[in-house]
Design a protein around this ligand. Structure first.
Ligand SMILES: NC(=O)c1ccc[n+]([C@@H]2O[C@H](COP(=O)([O-])OP(=O)(O)OC[C@H]3O[C@@H](n4cnc5c(N)ncnc54)[C@H](O)[C@@H]3O)[C@@H](O)[C@H]2O)c1
Length: 351
């Protein structure tokens, strides 16, 4: 008997999840909850879906569904996850875990109380090129690193400019590009370098004119004792397509990743280029989402722990919330003093 997965939401990412779930051998059936009739009917007519319903409670009430997969705007992750755990389901959700640290803590506690599994899709960790970066850092191949940059140059202008879209709103998305795509690169920085000791952040809305939207541009510095990491993010780019890079410099070499390249990685050591062979898809986004979901389904089916824990997603949110606080105050924030335990999280929601 395989897993019956109930996907909630079939927007941009939900459509990718639908395809990945239907393709996975551990999945025996996929059902969908989507209130938008056109999207629900499109999925129902094009894909082999067992049930397509408007109200997700019908999936929570269905005893044949083992796993709920949340592909919803950020403000709904918390409520739907709690309801799903209460209904005895395993829960997968796309990033971020939620909009606030108290919500994240409640979700993690609910998973523990229910005895169900909880997975937050931080898909970029599963890209082979990112796993190779981690391996090269762990092996000390390029020497002691002292500086890194991670960039997301994206365009979300249609949704960011639409006052009725949840994308980039303070109340529903929890912020703009930093709260959203920033989750991926903050999580990669944590995976590669560990938690930062301090953060400093500047945010701007340079391009998007819609008043209810948050940052379209962000510069975030993560401080470590012997390393400075700079994240440069925007949703305001136009025309040239989505582009993401990661670069790391050490005393004896450097490492350069451009995700849109067929051969995405260049590594230098002592003035020589070290050849790298990495499996990669230049059209990487949906592929990477599928890699992360395949991992979750494999581990669920084998009853093995996930390589990424919900506490990792909580830690990414903590750094991002501290960064928003830094931008608001115009000050560095020391991470040892910020949002470490649930009781400390009043700060976490401050804007
Ligand atoms: N991992 C990635 O690379 C990646 C990329 C894009 C989006 N995401 C994440 O995926 C999530 C969804 O983002 P998106 O861009 O697909 O959003 P979207 O707006 O395109 O899709 C959301 C869908 O949820 C549906 N919905 C809203 N309320 C609902 C409800 N009560 N019950 C059922 N369905 C409901 C909407 O009708 C819509 O179809 C977000 O958490 C986002 O951050 C992740």
């Amino acid at each position: 008997m395989g897993l019956h997965v109930g996907i909630i939401g079939s927007g941009l990412v939900g459509r990718v999840h639908l395809g990945a779930m239907l393709a996975h051998e551990a999945v025996s059936a996929v059902s969908l909850a989507e209130p938008a009739a056109a999207l629900r009917q499109k999925a129902g007519s094009e894909l082999s879906i067992r049930r397509a319903v408007a109200d997700y409670h019908a999936l929570l009430d269905d005893p044949s569904i083992d796993v709920v997969d949340i592909c919803l705007p950020h403000d709904l992750h918390h409520r739907v996850a709690l309801e799903a755990f209460a209904a005895g389901k395993h829960v997968l959700t796309d990033k971020p875990i939620s909009n606030t640290l108290p919500e994240a803590d409640e979700m993690i506690a609910a998973a523990e109380t229910s005895g169900r599994r909880f997975y937050v899709a931080l898909n970029q960790r599963f890209m082979p090129v990112h796993q190779r970066v981690r391996q090269l850092l762990d092996d000390g191949t390029i020497g002691r690193e002292f500086m890194a940059t991670l960039t997301v140059i994206g365009s979300e202008l249609p949704r960011m400019s639409d006052p009725d879209s949840w994308k980039g709103t303070w109340d529903r998305a929890g912020g703009g590009v930093l709260a959203d795509s920033g989750t991926h690169v903050v999580d990669l920085a944590h995976d590669w370098f560990g938690p930062p000791t301090a953060v400093a952040c500047r945010l701007a809305r340079h391009v998007v004119k819609t008043p209810n939207k948050a940052d379209d541009t962000c510069v975030l510095t993560l401080e470590y004792p012997d390393l400075t990491v700079a994240l440069l993010l925007t949703y305001g780019a136009a025309g040239q397509g989505w582009s993401e890079t990661r670069q790391i410099w050490s005393e004896t070499g450097s490492l350069h990743v451009r995700l849109e390249d067929a051969d995405p990685m260049v590594v230098w050591k002592d003035g020589r280029r070290l050849p790298q062979e990495v499996t990669h898809e230049p059209d990487w986004w949906a592929w990477s989402v599928g890699l992360g979901l395949a991992h979750a389904l494999d581990r669920l089916a084998d009853d093995q722990p996930f390589a990424v824990d919900p506490s990792d997603a909580r830690e990414a949110l903590r750094t991002i919330q501290a960064a928003y606080r830094s931008a608001e105050l115009g000050q560095r924030i020391l991470m040892a003093e910020y949002g470490v335990v649930a009781a400390d999280t009043a700060e976490g929601t401050a804007r």
